[in-house]
Design a protein around this ligand. Structure first.
Ligand code: HEM
Length: 185
């Protein structure tokens, strides 16, 4: 795959201004994150299941929902711990999550509002726990980095598939997209 997850992580950290103080604050609150992870998973999957298309995906395989609850809890906790201080293991894991969603055919139209649900719900928990606005901002930043990984996986997988199939150069492909977009209404 063309994308280097660690380099992408570094770019996103810079772009979003995800700083050392964000990391320290998230780590300090890792136990709190763990304590609300199950409730977060419940709200998240209840939200997804309200949509008939997503409900079908969630229940397409035996045991999928159960597995998902566990992977969500793990994913949520990792935002606070950073795994390896938001290093190469973190980036590789986020890239892998992106690829899994691309493979299943879950598009940006599903993922973006889903992440908004996470951000909103965590905001409610922060408020009721009397936690700081700073923590909300740090969480918002890492959620956006995680979201960027999933979205970028789409772009990378789609363009790589076209380039491989056709033998076109990246330059030609970009020009075609640009011309195509200009011609669309
Ligand atoms: C905030 C956005 C989302 C996050 C953070 C998230 C998180 C995850 C994680 C951590 C995994 C496990 C990946 C692995 O096996 O390595 C996963 C898999 C999966 N997710 Fe998501 N997800 C999101 C959005 C969605 C949406 C919108 C759907 C729509 C139905 C969805 C459905 C699935 C399915 C079906 C799997 C594979 C389950 C399996 O059979 O193992 N996810 N997700």
């Amino acid at each position: 795959m063309v994308l280097d997850p660690q380099a992408f992580m570094a770019t996103m950290e810079k772009r979003i201004s995800f700083s050392d103080s964000d990391k320290a604050l998230l780590k300090e609150n890792a136990a709190w994150g763990k304590s609300i992870a199950l409730q977060m998973a419940e709200v998240f999957y209840a939200y997804l299941a309200r949509d008939p298309e997503m409900y079908e995906i969630l229940n397409a395989k035996e045991g999928r929902m159960h597995r998902l609850n566990e992977t969500f809890i793990e994913w949520f906790g990792e935002m606070f711990t950073g795994m390896d201080n938001w290093g190469s293991a973190y980036a590789a894991r986020r890239w892998r999550i992106g690829l899994v969603h691309v493979q299943i055919g879950i598009g940006p139209q599903h993922v973006v509002p889903a992440m908004a649900t996470v951000v909103n719900e965590v905001g409610k928990h922060l408020k009721s726990a009397g936690l700081t606005e700073d923590l909300r901002e740090s969480l918002g930043r890492i959620c956006m980095i995680d979201l960027a990984f999933i979205e970028q996986a789409y772009v990378e997988v789609s363009s790589q598939a076209v380039l491989r199939e056709t033998g076109w150069t990246e330059g030609l492909f970009k020009r075609m997209i640009s011309t195509g977009a200009a011609g669309m209404k």
